[in-house]
Write a protein that binds this ligand. Structure first.
Ligand SMILES: [Zn+2]
Length: 170
């Protein structure tokens, strides 16, 4: 059973340094911020950096979903998906504060207002390194290693018992 990733640091590199890995088949794990906004007066731009005016939390816009209202009318409401989330609250996996202004590197200060509290999710799977197999310079979870290479290994080790065969790529 994997233990919880460490609480320190904001970057995925620190998780890697602490012994956590992504499987190349499962996909690279990343932190994604989800924040709902209202009072939107400027259409946000994918790729711009968003900063909470009060919290200082930041993220880079990956997707914008307009749910109601219009930017021209100053009442646009919707959702932003952010990559490279920083400053989030690790105890509750939240970011930003309700009703704080959002400042955009392209859209300008106070282009919209946080509605509710944003959240941070981990997309993809992180495994403890001890549960991973490094093969030909790439990291695999055990099921995907078995799926991809198990047949070749079993053919090579056909005379061995299952346990010895398993041990041979530990
Ligand atoms: Zn995998």
């Amino acid at each position: 059973m994997p233990t919880r990733p460490p609480d320190s640091g904001n970057s995925f590199n620190e998780y890697e340094n602490a012994g956590w890995r992504s499987c190349i088949v499962c996909g690279t794990a990343e932190f994604k911020g989800i924040v709902y906004f209202d009072s939107g007066s400027v259409s946000p731009t994918v790729g711009e950096t968003v900063t909470g005016a009060t919290s200082g939390d930041t993220g880079v816009i990956e997707a914008v979903y307009l749910r109601s209202g219009t930017y021209a009318g100053g009442d646009a409401a919707g959702c932003l998906e952010l990559t490279s989330a920083t400053g989030y609250e690790r105890e509750n996996w939240t970011m930003f504060q309700d009703n704080e202004a959002l400042n955009g590197s392209t859209s300008g200060d106070d282009f919209s207002t946080v509605n509710g509290i944003g959240s941070v999710v981990v997309n993809g799977v992180l495994y403890p390194q001890k549960d991973m197999i490094e093969y030909q310079g790439k990291w695999y979870c055990r099921p995907h290693f078995e799926w991809r290479f198990g047949h070749e290994w079993k053919t090579e080790d056909i005379h061995k018992t299952g346990e010895e065969s398993k041990r041979s790529y530990d």
